[in-house]
Design a protein around this ligand. Sequence first.
Ligand code: SAH
Length: 259
Amino acid sequence: MLDLPIDLPEFLPGSVWLAGAGPGDPGLLTLLALHAIKSAEVVIHDALVDGRILALIPAAAEIESMGKRGGEASVRQAEITARMIHLAKAGKRVLRLKGGDPFVFGRGPEEALALAGAGVPFRIVPGITAGIGGLAYAGIPVTAKETNSAVAFVTGHGPDGEMPDAFDWDALARGAPVLVFYMGLKHLERLTSRLMAAGRRPDEAAALVCNAATERQSVLETTLAEAAGAVERAGLKPPALFVVGQVVALRRQLDWWRG
Ligand code: SAH
């Protein structure tokens, strides 16, 4: 499919590839993901996959949009896995394409487990997760020598769409100098209050990065104490990452993205 001096694995009929599409920019697709896009007979994608990536799907392939946004009923998830299994058993090359990386807050493990359970051969194609690649497009590294030697990736939603109250917020606040929240907008007020109650400074640097690595990327720099109000005033909408920590300040020198 691609004219490269690399042996890419054959996409076998009757199998499912569970691939990450990266945060947006089609240039961030892996070679394996592009190969899968060009070879698949059916592409089942979620709502976060960028339109420029969907435009790469050959006209002969079937495209099915099966996104789940903001904690919809798990019935939908069951429908998606049933559909993948059905298509694979019918002998199709099925590409399940997800935003970012399929194994980072993306239901990829659940889908792969269902495939394994049904005896459907599958392959995982990792992608660039928004919390790393998307932040890089905003000029924010997730680690830097002078600032942090640990980073935590956290979901702001539990499986039911609610705040993940079972977290050990004190351990999180103490343990990772840089915190990257996925799906953090909805409960931002509570989330920032928890972090401050657990000892993070109200004036600590924070940023919201919306639609990272897409044509609509926007970045709001703020502080832990002011984040929720600033988001409200700016009317920010998902998808957005919320990052807390000194690395945010590096953006002053590292903001390279020009749209
Ligand atoms: N598997 C995906 C994450 C899916 S969860 C990954 O690895 O990136 C969905 C959340 O991911 C969104 O609510 C948002 O927090 C984040 N996200 C995904 N794509 C994004 C983007 N382009 N810009 C900002 N946040 C994004």
